[in-house]
Unconditional design. Structure first.
Length: 235
């Protein structure tokens, strides 16, 4: 059975209804005979809200270690809620932190590099018929500390897991239907681009366009991981 990675952005998980919709999309892939692994971001504006709380509690000189420990909680909340939504539909599901999913990083808090992935736990869960829901944006250092992977780091979580599990594709589910020639909310006749090279997406990211995390695209290019950008609200 082929494995796919489905990563959901924060706007796709902003409330219980959207979480249930995302869970239904994961289950639809399972009915197609695939083994889905979900990777989730923090819901909505959760990360920004947590940063504000950190500033209120800790002042200006925040500990990088404690900030990462705090920020990682947003994705862990999404993972648990998604697993609950899947279980409510009769599926077996298990939420996993980045550490439990085997994502090992260096100790560069707030922008850690992924050093390796130990996918044994994920493979056991898949073999047992469970759907893993992985908290994105995070890993664990050799010293056992929680680390985060920078803004958009759930993208990187998704692609490193895609490589480790030899996934046939990695989907990014978000609030847009794909990559367009211009911002469709601003330019009415903007066209959706059916296929685009890794290099072109990298160029867009370097020019400041919020398409995908640059590190994740470079990683995918280096490892030949097929990426799809799809809507969480249309199929």
């Amino acid at each position: 059975m082929k494995t796919i990675i489905i990563k959901f952005g924060g706007s796709s998980l902003a409330d219980p209804g959207r979480i249930r919709r995302a869970a239904a999309m994961v289950l639809a892939e399972r009915r197609r005979g695939l083994r889905p692994v979900a990777v989730v971001s923090a819901p909505g504006d959760c990360t920004d809200d947590l940063l504000k709380l950190a500033s209120l509690a800790g002042g200006e000189n925040l500990s990088a270690r404690e900030t990462d420990a705090l920020l990682a909680s947003g994705e862990q909340m999404s993972a648990a809620l998604m697993a609950l939504a899947l279980r409510a539909e009769g599926a077996q599901a298990v939420s996993l932190t980045g550490a439990q999913a085997g994502i090992r990083t260096d100790s560069a808090f707030s922008s850690a590099a992924v050093l390796s992935v130990d996918a044994r736990r994920l493979k056991r869960e898949l073999a047992a018929g469970r759907i893993p829901v992985v908290a994105g944006f995070q890993g664990v250092s050799s010293g056992g500390d929680i680390t985060t992977l920078g803004r958009g780091g759930s993208d990187l979580s998704a692609v490193v897991l895609a490589r480790a599990l030899k996934a046939v594709r990695c989907e990014f589910r978000t609030d847009v239907k794909g990559i367009y020639t211009a911002h469709p909310a601003i330019v009415p006749d903007a066209r959706k681009i059916r296929n685009i090279s890794y290099g072109e997406v990298v160029a867009l990211a370097e020019l400041g366009t919020e398409v995908r995390q640059l590190r994740a695209v470079n990683y995918s290019a280096a490892n030949g991981i097929p990426l799809q950008l799809r809507s969480s609200f249309h199929d």
